[in-house]
Design a protein around this ligand. Structure first.
Ligand code: DGP
Length: 113
C-alpha cells in the first residue's frame, strides 16, 4: 500500500487523528500552513475530486460538515476559516487521495492562487 493517507487510515503510520467515523477521518497536516491546519479524508481511496462519480459526490458534503464541527471544536468558527480541495497537478494536489484542508487561526491571504 503506497498511498500515504491510506497508511495513516490503516494505522500503519501515525497521524494526530481528530475525528474518525465509518467513512471519514481527520488529522493534523504534517506541514501546517496556518496555526490550525487539518486534513479531512475519506477512508475509501478516491484519487481526486475530478475522479468522483455522481454517487460518490455526497462524501464532499460529509467532509464539509466534519470541517465545520472541527472548526467549532478548535474555536475558530466565529473568526472564520477556509476549506480547500486541491485537484490535480495545476490545482496543487500533491497527495493523490481526495482530501479537504481546513485552515484557520490567523488572517488568511486574500490570494486564491
Ligand atoms: P495537497 O497539496 O492538497 O495534496 O496537500 C497534501 C497535504 O498532505 C500537505 O499539506 C502535507 C500533508 N501531508 C503529506 N504527507 C503527510 C503525512 O505523512 N502526514 C500528515 N499528517 N500530513 C501529510
Amino acid at each position: 500500500m503506497s498511498c500515504i493517507f491510506c497508511q495513516i487510515i490503516s494505522g500503519e503510520i501515525p497521524g494526530e487523528i481528530l475525528h474518525q467515523d465509518d467513512e471519514v477521518i481527520a488529522f493534523r497536516d504534517i506541514n501546517p500552513r496556518a496555526p490550525i491546519h487539518i486534513l479531512i479524508v475519506p477512508r475509501k481511496h478516491l484519487a481526486a475530486l475530478s475522479d468522483l462519480t455522481e454517487e460518490e459526490l455526497p462524501i464532499l458534503g460529509k467532509m464539509a460538515g466534519i470541517a465545520k464541527k472541527l472548526a467549532e471544536g478548535e474555536g475558530i468558527s466565529e473568526r472564520g476559516y477556509r476549506i480547500v480541495v486541491n485537484c490535480g497537478p495545476e490545482g496543487g494536489q500533491l497527495v493523490p487521495h481526495l482530501h479537504m484542508h481546513l485552515l484557520g487561526g490567523r488572517q488568511l491571504s486574500d490570494e486564491m492562487g
